[in-house]
Design a protein around this ligand. Structure first.
Ligand code: G3H
Ligand code: 13P
Ligand code: ZN
Length: 326
């Protein structure tokens, strides 16, 4: 077992000040998922170059893939890399979709500055109890906690975001008060993955449920809200993937204008994973198809990293509004 480390020893920041400033400034902090070196380099380069605060987040699966100790030092390296670029951007290391007290505790003990406990699938009272337990532990170390109310539709679901899965605004005040969470993820029509909406020919993406968001804002004024499942599924990359041997029919995401609108509201954190995956896959496919004799991973991963950096800069500048806010 690795020794305990506090996030401040890694140069990391929790989300408290980031969210207070995002709320006041009408923008959202980008929360980008990463699993490997090239993704993390792209995130740090894009955020340092645009002067954006950033949340680098890892899922349970990413933690298993990359190794918890490795991740700790990758985060330390990410902060140092930003500083060597002359950037003072705050960097938060966040656990995405923690599903137990134990994994949240392990992340707190391993230098994470923020954790999510996702009890959204549990009955309400069990979600409250589990979230409260994580908050009690994490707050001892000044680690901030994200909870969730309402279930995002799964990518396999036939019916996307059925009414019963949206966040119930009448529950949020009680949940926030009883648990002591620092931010709350809500369900207003987004979903994870690259197939967010099933559209018939000629149909366009339905608007997110901004009415639910407004109701939530009224009940917990000034409280930071988190939007999961916020990839736009950029069609240029889907086209490239399909052009170079992939098969991603009907992949569609949340239009950028809707995310921009959300970022101006109480939404202080916007989670993006799938868009990063799409860029990497598209550029690796393209590179290998055009350079069939190439076998140096630095070449095709380097091409992917470059394009990912550009996409994330674009998101900070024109979608989240976080550029220049660090
Ligand atoms: O919300 C889920 C994230 O996109 C992480 O996905 O569990 O495949 O790493 P993952
Ligand atoms: P996307 O699949 O839309 O990128 O959502 C990512 C996410 O919510 C991670 O928690
Ligand atoms: Zn998520």
């Amino acid at each position: 077992m690795s020794e305990m480390v506090h996030f401040t020893e890694l140069g990391l920041a929790n989300t408290r000040q980031m969210f207070a400033q995002a709320f006041a400034g009408g923008y959202a902090i980008p929360a980008y998922n990463f699993n490997n070196l090239e993704q993390l380099q792209a995130i740090i380069t894009a955020c340092a170059e645009t002067g954006s605060p950033v949340i680098i987040q890892v899922s349970k699966g990413a933690r298993e893939y990359a190794n918890a100790t490795m991740l700790r030092y990758m985060a330390l390296g990410a902060v140092k890399m930003a500083r060597e670029m002359g950037s003072t951007i705050p960097v938060c290391l966040h656990l995405d979709h923690g599903d137990s007290f134990e994994i949240c505790k392990s992340c707190v003990d391993n230098g994470f500055s923020s954790v999510m406990i996702d009890g959204s699938h549990l009955p309400y009272d069990e979600n409250v109890a589990l979230t409260r337990k994580v908050v009690e532990y994490a707050h001892q170390f000044d680690v901030t906690v994200e909870g969730e109310l309402g279930v995002l539709a799964g990518i396999e679901d036939e019916v996307q975001a059925a009414a019963s899965t949206y966040t119930k605004p009448e529950e949020v005040e009680d949940f926030v008060k009883k648990t002591g969470v620092d931010s709350l993820a809500i369900s207003i029509g987004t979903s994870h993955g690259a197939y967010k909406f099933k559209l018939k020919p000629g149909e366009s993406v339905p608007p997110l449920r901004f009415d639910i968001l407004e109701e939530v804002e009224k009940r917990i004024p000034g409280f930071p809200i988190v939007l999961h499942g916020a990839s736009s599924v950029v069609q240029d990359y889907v086209t490239l993937i399909n052009q170079y041997g992939g098969k991603m029919d009907g992949a569609v995401g949340v239009p950028e204008e809707q995310l921009r609108k959300a970022a101006k509201s109480a939404v202080c954190k916007i989670n993006i994973d799938s868009d990063g995956r799409l860029v990497v896959t598209a550029k690796v496919r393209e590179y290998l198809a055009n350079h069939p004799g190439e076998f140096d991973p630095r070449k095709y991963l380097g091409a992917a990293r470059k394009e990912l950096t550009e996409l994330l800069k674009h998101k900070n500048e024109t979608v989240l509004g976080s550029a220049g806010k660090a």
